[in-house]
Design a protein around this ligand. Structure first.
Ligand SMILES: [Zn+2]
Length: 484
């Protein structure tokens, strides 16, 4: 059996000024055939899962195509999308005949002229491999589920957890189900339900935690092959934005539809009560002052993982104003300031302007006399089994505050980002990170308290005020009663 695998993924915040092009992929992750590392990335895990399973099954021949991932950002340049798409399609053409194509996708990629990049890619793959081949993909739950994708693919499986720590398990599931389908042991049929809502749905907290456990139980039933919750991605202005339920059965479409509807309506009852407590900046800093141990402050709406710059200074500005010390910030994206620090050298004391440069809503740039404490070329942090490049980084300090400046935009996944620059995170009073929820599993064990801080910008976090132009149907909370 011959299987082709490749990956093309990013998450597009159509409201973000951080436009995405081919260099955004080269900076984050780009592995042409034969150059994919042994470790998986969030969206190229199907390739690594194919390798694992083929190592134990000599009848399986895996043909590896290119894998590319760009840090979430603004609209993807049309030529860059077409170049990467066509590279993969040409590799597939050359690999034919294949019995299955397994892709690592994100599901919220939007390019100029393509509101549904994944639907476009999957349809072109179908045109090459024909009706009989099995096409499957892993998806990020922060994606859009479109009819074009459902029509083109046989198996779509989203990560169950947010934080997405289960990406490797989902990839293995995808490969196993695809092999069973090619062998004729199962006939996967996808059924979906539109929950007509958009919200943020962390599975590290209730009620989503128990909902995911329930779904895992339901998947144990004979005939139920996979259940995915598409959370949706509110920063993407496309027709299908919103939460959806996706059930794959072994050729039982009516049962699948009933299950998707029941679970989808249960998800709908969770709307507006899935988030942990969010605090404004002032109350968050009051809370931080109350404890002796480490407080983790999460700047939830300046999270590069949602496609914004990650150079915001709104919270840091207030930390400075309150003269708080023992503070470490990881990270502020500022490649220009990093370059200046590298030029000045370790130990230099310089006047530096940093942060707050990407737009009007993320706070002002800060001007400080700083010590360049440490320089680290090609720094990395860990996220589950993957390494996340932070690019060249500079650690600066001033007034009892340490700030890591990075040159590759990336969200704060894990305490290893501080250790990469020589900071012991458990010895800090305050750790300020930029992440909505992916930071949680890594940081919670070392924190006396975790505080989610809503600084109000720059992510478009209130769907009622985002002014969607392409949304095709009523959605909560833009509409109070979308099912009426
Ligand atoms: Zn996601």
């Amino acid at each position: 059996m011959r299987i082709f695998t490749a990956s093309l993924a990013t998450e597009t915040n159509t409201f973000s000024p951080m436009y995405t092009d081919i260099h955004s992929f080269y900076d984050s992750f780009y592995a042409p055939p034969g150059r994919h590392p042994a470790t998986p990335t969030l969206c190229s895990a199907p390739l690594v899962a194919c390798r694992e399973i083929a190592a134990a099954d000599p009848s399986l021949e895996v043909i590896e195509g290119s894998c590319a991932w760009a840090e979430p950002g603004g609209l993807l340049n049309r030529q860059s999308y077409e170049q990467l798409r066509d590279e993969i399609l040409q590799q597939l053409q050359q690999a034919m005949p294949v019995q299955a194509v397994l892709l690592g996708l994100h599901g919220a990629m939007v390019a100029q002229g393509y509101d549904d990049c994944e639907g476009d890619l999957l349809s072109r793959v179908r045109a090459i491999v024909g009706a009989e081949a099995i096409i499957g993909a892993t998806l990020d739950p922060h994606s859009h589920l479109t009819a074009q994708r459902l029509a083109a693919a046989n198996l779509l499986i989203a990560f169950k957890e947010f934080p997405h720590l289960d990406f490797m398990q989902r990839a293995r599931e995808l490969v196993q189900l695809a092999l069973a389908a090619v062998r004729g042991d199962i006939k996967p049929v996808m059924s979906s339900f539109d929950c007509r809502m958009i919200d943020v749905l962390p599975t590290s907290h209730e009620p989503m935690k128990s909902f995911v456990s329930k779904i895992r139980q339901l998947e144990q039933q004979a005939g139920v092959l996979s259940i995915s919750v598409i959370h949706g991605f509110m920063a993407g202005d496309v027709a299908d934005m919103g939460s959806k339920l996706l059930v794959i059965t072994d050729n039982q479409p009516e049962r699948g539809q009933a299950l998707a509807t029941t679970l989808g309506m249960e998800l709908y009852t969770f709307r507006g009560r899935t988030l942990p407590q969010f605090n404004d900046i002032a109350s968050a800093l009051d809370l931080a002052a109350e404890v002796k141990g480490t407080t983790v402050l999460a700047d939830v709406w300046d999270n590069p993982g949602g496609g914004v710059a990650g150079d915001g200074t709104l919270i840091l500005e207030q930390i400075i104003a309150r003269k708080l010390s023992g503070v470490a910030v990881g990270t502020i994206w500022d490649p220009m300031a990093v370059k200046l620090c590298f030029a000045a050298g370790e130990g230099a004391v310089i006047e530096l302007r940093f942060g707050g440069k990407s737009g009007a809503t993320a706070g002002p740039p800060l001007d400080k006399q700083v010590v360049v404490e440490r320089l680290q070329a090609n720094a990395e942090q860990q996220f589950a089994d993957s390494s996340v490049p932070m690019g060249d980084c500079a650690l600066i300090s001033f007034e009892g505050i340490k700030v890591i400046l990075n040159s590759n935009r990336c969200q704060s996944f894990d305490p290893s980002l501080f250790r990469a620059l020589g900071i012991a995170p458990e010895q800090c009073r305050i750790l300020l990170v930029k992440s909505t929820n992916h930071f949680y599993q890594g940081f919670a064990p070392l924190a006396e308290q975790v505080i989610y801080v809503d600084a109000g910008a720059p992510y478009p976090s209130d769907p009622r005020h985002n002014g969607y132009k392409k949304l095709s149907r009523l959605l909560w909370p833009i509409n109070d009663r979308p099912f009426d």
